[in-house]
Design a protein around this ligand. Structure first.
Ligand SMILES: [Zn+2]
Length: 61
């Protein structure tokens, strides 16, 4: 059980590190939901579709 959680945390840490190097994150920065592979290939992002939409609206205001 514990090791599964550790692996999960490590994967997320790696995903977050990848964001800085220009590779899309596996998990959303805001809600921690997995980002679809299609979306990650389409653009470099660390946000899921829902959060990206919210951020977009926020940036326009
Ligand atoms: Zn999200």
């Amino acid at each position: 059980m514990a090791s599964t959680l550790e692996n999960d945390a490590r994967e997320r840490a790696i995903a977050k590190h990848h964001t800085k190097t220009g590779i899309s994150s596996l998990y959303c920065r805001l809600c921690d939901e997995p980002i679809s592979e299609t979306r990650r290939k389409l653009l470099v992002t660390d946000l899921c579709v829902d959060c990206a939409t919210i951020e977009e609206k926020r940036n326009r205001i």
